[in-house]
Design a protein around this ligand. Structure first.
Ligand SMILES: Nc1nc2c(c(=O)[nH]1)N[C@H]1C(S)=C(S)[C@@H](COP(=O)(O)OP(=O)(O)OC[C@H]3O[C@@H](n4cnc5c(=O)[nH]c(N)nc54)[C@H](O)[C@@H]3O)O[C@H]1N2
Ligand SMILES: Nc1nc2c(c(=O)[nH]1)N[C@H]1C(S)=C(S)[C@@H](COP(=O)(O)OP(=O)(O)OC[C@H]3O[C@@H](n4cnc5c(=O)[nH]c(N)nc54)[C@H](O)[C@@H]3O)O[C@H]1N2
Ligand code: SF4
Ligand SMILES: [Mo]
Length: 741
């Protein structure tokens, strides 16, 4: 038996740890998965989800061939027939009812497959529908909008320089479990501990005393949805106590006085009833943050998917700028992807919203996103303008979007539904056709998106572990073939067109290695193997660390990365402002009217003071990844994880008993779950994880439905509750009532 060790990065979460995978190629079996001690990013770290890769590979429920609905059953069909059928139905509907009668929903796992990433846009363009939805509006969209308004380019997110920070203030994130998000930092626990070891401080603000909070120096409970108030109070103290130090930002930042004015009503005393944080604590934190040599304020899901997601995300950046910590070592910084996406360039067009709108609630697009919470109504309530077809791409919106129960019903009303997915699950069971792709271990990869969120710059290629199974396609091919068919061209021609487009975009850029290279010379060097990898090669060679298409030069190329079995470290993050700004005049408008227009709404919350009633928040768990790893035995085993955490005082008041069950009711729905009494909860707040609810018939998820079905927490989240200026769905801080069963 010939066994092999193959090194690759883990494609399940943003850490993208380096793995060593021992395989028996003849039997196509994974024997072991270990952390790669020689990987400079993860240094041997891995989490239980990595082993899921083997399970995913072997899962008998995973789809390997296209399947088409035949009445109540499914039939495997060939690829040509599948693509023809998909394109024919989509084109028919488009011709009869217009391009915007077709909807698109893009889910999370596409972010970890470079082929999917590089062809998503193409498929969206081929569908030519403005009605596109994605996981972003349940995740980081407030940060995207903030970044667009403050810095001029929406993808250029600021990332915590965790390795050099000595004061880490984390709001609404639980990195020890999530493994870091918009902060690709393998072994985040080790990195947080290192802050403490070098004498720094870790401070967590969260309505639950989370796993990360337990490892911290200080934890503060905060009422869900009130972070914008707390952050404004910190800003208030900075002005009040003369702690504002703009440093080099002075010369390119406007609006400081206006900001001072805006912050006046939000004193620590005024916000305390709503946040639950004592005024003297808020003042102390503002002082500590300002005084720290290298400080970072990091806001994640709990500051984004809430009532004031945009204002909180804005104030996180503001805090960094006012204290001189942003874009400095140890603060929030801007990575420099080796593929050249974040290089200085011309100012962006004026920021505008509402270039198109939803049919039912007339919601404007914001940075091209419509809220996922509006998907159901666009199908079930838009009359003549209703969505008649839907394409889902690596997403499970029935379990992941607000009021997923309504969405499940709405999907039944579609004339045609196509899912690009590897499981027959709660969402795809409504489809007419499902197109799966070869799983991660069967295709090569490049850590593309993660370069934009990494805490040190890096580049990494990963080989496929097995030859792709006969008759399977990688995801890029599924997307490209479908897009090409919709556009009436061949996939080869479309692939070439994409390459030409990238050549025009990346080659010849002033100040970069391929500045003096012609597109023709570059094209020649990229070869003729179709697919995304030559586009990666192009971006690498033309990018900031590239060889400029000079084979003798030192810089990066795909060939060089292919010869290195680990990630290549490209050094710590560097200061990049103001050069990187794409705003008018390359200036930062700290008090941009786009943010200020929402401040009166926050003042109204301030005036309302302490809120009454229970609020529901979510939680992530070590052995889940949103909705989709529950079918793997190693992750599904153990006791029921989908429980409602309730503080003992609340439980007593509500008559709940340990080991009992509770009914949870919101405006839109009701579920029943086992309760766990837990004094890690802030009184008045209960927590239920999202991603469960594998209780539907007609799925093929034998393990999940048997072992960890749980309930759908998005049966409780309200599709009408949005953060209005970022189109973000509110999935944390839902008003609920809880009863004993
Ligand atoms: N209540 C509540 N709701 C939430 C959240 C929350 O915190 N609370 N979090 C939100 C967040 S942050 C996110 S990102 C979203 C996620 O929302 P979604 O993206 O809708 O959910 P996932 O479970 O990540 O979707 C995974 C889907 O991709 C499929 N898949 C996996 N691998 C592949 C592949 O290789 N190819 C294809 N084609 N498909 C694949 C899986 O089978 C599954 O159907 O959920 C959001 N919803
Ligand atoms: N194991 C595992 N890892 C994951 C995922 C997973 O499902 N499982 N999902 C991945 C995805 S798609 C993402 S986007 C990331 C998310 O990464 P994180 O944001 O780190 O993950 P969460 O556990 O959702 O953390 C959100 C925290 O916000 C708190 N919170 C809720 N409401 C509020 C509030 O109003 N204010 C404050 N301050 N806190 C609040 C919650 O209690 C929770 O601890 O994780 C990724 N990693
Ligand atoms: S932390 Fe994320 S990337 Fe690392 S092994 Fe776990 S799932 Fe994979
Ligand atoms: Mo996410």
């Amino acid at each position: 038996m010939l066994l092999m060790w193959i090194h690759r990065s883990c494609p399940i979460c943003e850490a993208q740890c380096g793995l060593r995978v021992q395989v028996d190629p003849a039997a196509r079996r994974v024997l072991r998965i270990e952390g790669d001690p020689d990987d400079p990013r993860s240094r041997g770290h891995l989490c239980p989800k990595a082993t899921a890769l083997a399970g995913l590979h072997e899962d008998p429920d995973r789809l390997r061939r296209p399947i088409r609905r035949t009445g109540t059953d499914w039939q495997e069909i060939g690829w040509d027939e599948a693509i023809d059928y998909a394109a024919e139905r989509l084109i028919q509907i488009r011709e009869a009812h217009g391009a915007d009668s077709v909807g698109l929903y893009i889910g999370n796992p596409t972010g970890f497959d470079v082929g999917a990433m590089l062809t998503n846009r193409t498929l969206a363009d081929a569908l030519a529908t403005p009605r596109a939805f994605s996981g972003a509006t349940m995740d980081h969209h407030p940060k995207i909008v903030t970044t667009r308004v403050l810095y001029g380019k929406n993808s250029m997110l600021s990332i915590p320089d965790i390795d050099r920070c000595d004061y880490f203030l984390c709001l609404g994130g639980n990195p020890i479990v999530s493994q870091g998000s918009l902060m690709s930092a393998p072994d985040v626990r080790g990195r947080l501990r290192a802050i403490q070891k070098r004498g720094g401080k870790l401070l967590i603000v969260d309505p639950r005393r989370t796993e990360t909070a337990k490892a911290a120096d200080e934890h503060l409970f905060i009422r869900p949805g009130s972070d914008a108030l707390f952050l404004f109070a910190l800003v208030h103290v900075l002005f009040d106590e003369d702690l504002v130090r703009l440093g080099r930002f002075e010369s390119f930042t406007d609006g400081v006085r206006e900001l001072h004015k805006q912050a006046r009503p939000f004193s620590p005393e005024a916000v305390a009833p709503a946040t639950g944080i004592a005024p003297d604590v808020t003042r102390r934190i503002a002082r500590e943050f300002a005084a720290a040599e290298r400080a970072c304020c990091y806001g994640r899901i709990g500051t984004c998917t809430v009532e004031f997601g945009l204002l909180a995300s804005w104030l996180v950046e503001v805090l960094g700028i006012l204290t001189g910590h942003l874009d400095e070592p140890g603060g929030l910084m801007f990575p420099r992807p080796a593929t050249g996406q974040h290089e200085p360039g011309r100012p962006s067009a004026e920021f505008e919203i509402g270039r198109w709108r939803t049919a039912v609630r007339d919601i404007p697009e914001i940075e091209s996103q419509l809220p996922s919470a509006a998907l159901a109504e666009e199908i079930d309530s838009a009359g003549e303008r209703r969505l008649r077809a839907l394409v889902t791409l690596a997403g499970n919106p029935v379990l992941s979007t607000p009021n997923g129960v309504r969405l499940a019903k709405a999907l039944e009303q579609l004339d045609f539904m196509l899912s690009l997915d590897i499981y027959l699950n709660e969402t795809t069971r409504h489809a007419d056709l499902i197109l799966p792709n070869a799983p991660q271990l069967e295709h090569e990869n490049f850590d593309y998106l993660t370069m934009t969120t990494a805490v040190r710059n890096f580049a990494r290629w990963s080989p496929s572990v097995f030859e792709a199974e006969d008759g399977t396609w990688p995801q890029w091919k599924v997307q490209l073939e479908l897009a090409a068919r919709l556009m009436g061209m061949t996939a080869e021609a479309l692939d070439e067109q994409l390459l030409e487009h990238d050549l025009a975009r990346f080659v010849g850029k002033a100040g970069l290695p391929a500045e003096h290279v012609s597109a023709a010379v570059a094209r020649e060097k990229l070869g003729n193997e179709p697919g995304p990898m030559r586009r990666v090669d192009l971006m690498l060679r033309a990018g900031p660390y590239g060889d400029g298409f000079d084979d003798a030069a030192d810089g990066l190329s795909l060939a060089k990365l292919r010869a290195i079995p680990h990630a290549v470290d490209l050094g710590p993050l560097e200061s990049r402002l103001p050069d990187l700004l794409r705003t008018p005049g390359r200036r930062i408008a700290l008090a941009h009217p786009y943010f200020l227009q929402d401040v009166p709404r926050l003042r109204a919350k301030l005036a309302a003071g302490e809120e009454q009633g229970l609020r529901l928040i979510g939680r992530r768990q070590n052995r889940n990844m949103n909705t989709w790893l529950h079918n793997l035995p190693v992750l599904a085993k153990g006791k029921e994880r989908c429980s409602l955490l309730v503080h003992p005082n609340d439980a007593m008041r509500l008559g709940l008993v340990p080991g009992g069950r509770a009914r949870v009711r919101s405006r839109v729905g009701e579920i029943e779950a086992p309760i766990e009494l837990c004094d890690d909860m802030m009184p008045g707040v209960v927590s239920l994880p999202h991603g469960f609810g594998h209780t539907e018939t007609g799925t093929r998820l034998a393990v999940a439905t048997r072992q960890q079905p749980g309930v759908n927490s998005n049966a409780l989240t309200d599709e009408e509750a949005l953060d209005p200026w970022s189109n973000t769905c509110i999935v944390n801080g839902i008003p609920v009532e809880v009863f004993r069963c």
